[in-house]
Design a protein around this ligand. Structure first.
Ligand code: NAG
Ligand code: NAG
Ligand code: NAG
Ligand code: NAG
Ligand code: NAG
Ligand code: NAG
Ligand code: NAG
Ligand code: NAG
Ligand code: NAG
Ligand code: NAG
Ligand code: NAG
Ligand code: NAG
Length: 475
């Protein structure tokens, strides 16, 4: 008892250190991305007849304004400004070379009438709507084939009024899969910044088949018990940077995807070069950072750092299943603090959920090169449940410098995985122990600053970390 109490105190000190000393690293895959562009032309939504009383439906005004601004696309692009007010609208589509800019007290409100959310084809990499077969509702703000698009505001709000959609979901009266707040397909050079997203019917931000996307300074809020209100979902997309966001919602805070079973395998659009930095998340039903379960096009080169995950079901999670095919590799997750998290790290090989019965049961996902390091957790239920697939071991799972105050008597439960661990408290499972003398190679995030992860690992020697913790606690 005494020992665990002092470790607990030590962890508190540790957390304080972690929170104050993280350096300001910027997304490594977004070096050349500008967060703003000057637009020589600007119009205000009221010039197109919009009324910001929360009652009038403004879909036509948004469509007309954007149609008008199309004529400036080759003249440096244009801005559509949304002033203070409550602007009710159905789904509308953006164009290239456009900035949609919200004022501080501007609120774009999604119509509670589902007929204002048109129905569109399913994504080719999913073969059907995610929750119902067939088509799906188009997102509130939609884009297709775009380049040079900015959605921003002085922390203005986009509120999906999702409650009615959650009811339809719960009482099984949806006809099609629920819409997202923002979905951009086949688009490049996109910035989504400085906004608050609220009450999405389904996922919040969904870039799919996109590249060069910067998402920063967002607040994303949905009730903790709202169904599938994922925060930010990069999907079959490359060079994506997500920074400085606060998310409190009902499902995964950030989740990387790349298509579903046979549809994702044949469409073959991977997600890669994903950088995630400085995220605070709270989710009752999901994970702080997740990969999958749809990962059939492959997911690689993921770097997530400075994550703070509180009051959540899962901290870090990878989900997959036989039938998915594809791969998840070269994932580096570091500098994570968790407080009140039921399961700190979870890898699930039998997630299930298939689009139909035509998936190939022999299409096994390849999961390898997953490194998780520098994690502190307080009041964690279980440290890790790490399960691979029979006949398909997940390999090079590396966990180092992880210190969790855990309640469970069985903190780790591993099967069908192989890898290495170093300085893990509580001591990790046998599957993650390394023979002295071997020189295992763990993925290091592709950066010299993380090179220590590549050093040979030894049998877990937790005593030194414990000692330094105890020393700290006596300060
Ligand atoms: C998207 O771009 C492709 C290739 O440039 C073109 O063939 C297609 O018609 C475009 N689709 C739409 C909806 O703009
Ligand atoms: C933005 O607004 C949300 C509430 O709508 C608030 O919680 C958050 O702190 C604000 N962010 C900034 C940077 O002002
Ligand atoms: C389902 O929920 C919707 C939205 O709240 C409501 O209008 C409808 O009456 C409900 N239907 C049933 C069968 O409960
Ligand atoms: C489903 O379709 C029926 C029949 O067209 C319609 O009355 C109902 O409003 C639709 N439900 C939703 C949630 O859109
Ligand atoms: C967004 O907010 C951040 C932090 O407040 C600020 O540094 C940045 O300039 C803002 N970006 C835009 C495009 O206004
Ligand atoms: C980290 O993100 C939060 C928003 O969650 C923001 O307030 C803070 O300024 C960011 N920190 C840095 C160093 O940019
Ligand atoms: C990923 O990033 C690396 C280096 O930052 C770059 O060389 C590579 O082309 C990128 N991959 C894709 C698919 O854009
Ligand atoms: C963790 O849970 C405790 C007890 O419910 C609560 O006091 C504390 O604020 C929670 N931590 C965070 C970061 O919310
Ligand atoms: C271990 O992790 C903690 C917390 O993230 C960090 O402060 C410390 O520098 C790490 N130690 C090493 C040797 O990397
Ligand atoms: C570990 O997980 C397996 C299922 O994968 C379960 O059968 C077993 O009871 C668990 N062991 C412990 C000690 O929790
Ligand atoms: C799979 O991993 C387990 C440890 O989790 C190990 O005992 C077994 O030998 C491995 N199987 C193969 C085929 O490598
Ligand atoms: C795993 O990571 C190591 C070290 O970075 C690298 O040499 C190896 O090629 C990676 N394996 C795969 C399958 O990408």
């Amino acid at each position: 008892m005494r020992r665990s109490a002092s470790v607990f105190r030590a962890l508190l000190v540790f957390t304080a250190i972690v929170e104050t000393q993280w350096p300001g690293v910027s997304g490594i895959y977004c070096k050349d991305m500008a967060s703003g562009v000057y637009r020589p032309h600007s119009v205000t939504i009221t010039e197109f007849g919009a009324v910001g009383d929360g009652v009038a439906l403004n879909t036509k005004a948004f469509q007309n304004a954007i149609f008008y601004l199309n004529s400036f696309a080759d003249k440096g692009g244009a801005q559509l400004f949304v002033p203070a007010g409550r602007w009710l609208t159905g789904s509308f589509s953006l164009i290239s070379h456009l900035t949609l800019s919200l004022d501080k007290d501007a609120v774009i409100i999604g119509s509670p009438d589902s007929s204002n959310w048109p129905v569109i084809d399913p994504l080719p990499s999913y073969g059907r709507g995610r929750e119902l077969p067939g088509e799906r509702h188009q997102s509130l703000i939609f884009g297709y084939n775009l380049t040079d698009v900015i959605i921003t505001g002085a922390n203005g709000t986009i509120d999906g009024q999702g409650a009615v959609w959650w009811d339809w979901f719960h009482n099984h009266t949806l006809n099609y899969t629920r819409p997202h707040l923002v979905e951009l397909m086949y688009s490049t050079n996109v910035v989504i910044s400085n906004l608050t997203f609220k009450n999405s019917p389904f996922w919040n931000i969904h870039p799919v088949y996109c590249s060069q996307v910067l998402v920063e300074h967002l607040t994303i809020l949905a009730p903790l018990d709202s169904p599938n209100t994922d925060g930010i979902n990069p999907d079959s997309s490359t060079n994506i940077c997500i920074k400085h966001c606060y998310v409190r919602n009902g499902d995964d805070v950030i989740v990387i995807k790349s298509g579903w079973d046979e549809y994702g395998i044949s469409f073959a659009h991977p997600s890669s070069n994903i950088s995630i930095t400085n995220i605070t998340g709270e989710t009752r039903g999901g994970a702080g950072i997740a990969i999958g379960s749809e990962m059939s096009g492959g997911i690689s080169e993921v770097r997530a750092e400075r994550l703070r995950i509180v009051n959540s079901l899962h901290g870090i999670r990878i989900k997959t299943a036989p039938g998915r095919g594809g791969y998840v590799r070269n994932v580096y997750i570091a500098d994570v603090s968790m407080h009140n998290v039921s399961m700190a790290i979870r890898i699930t090989g039998n997630y299930g959920e298939h689009p139909d019965n035509n998936y190939d049961r022999n299409a096994l996902p390849m999961i390898s090169n997953i490194t998780i390091e520098n994690v502190v957790g307080i009041n964690v239920g279980i440290a890790g449940i790490l399960e691979g697939i029979e006949g398909d071991n997940f390999s090079s799972i590396c966990i180092s410098n992880v210190s969790l105050s855990v309640q469970s008597m069985h903190p780790w439960n591993c099967s069908l995985i192989q890898g290495y661990s170093n300085s893990v408290i509580p001591e990790s499972c046998d599957q993650l122990r390394t023979d002295c003398g071997q020189t295992p190679v763990c993925y290091n995030g592709g950066s010299p600053s993380a090179v220590r992860a590549q050093a040979p690992m030894h049998k877990p020697s937790t005593s030194s970390l414990l000692n330094s913790l105890l020393k700290l606690s006596s300060l």
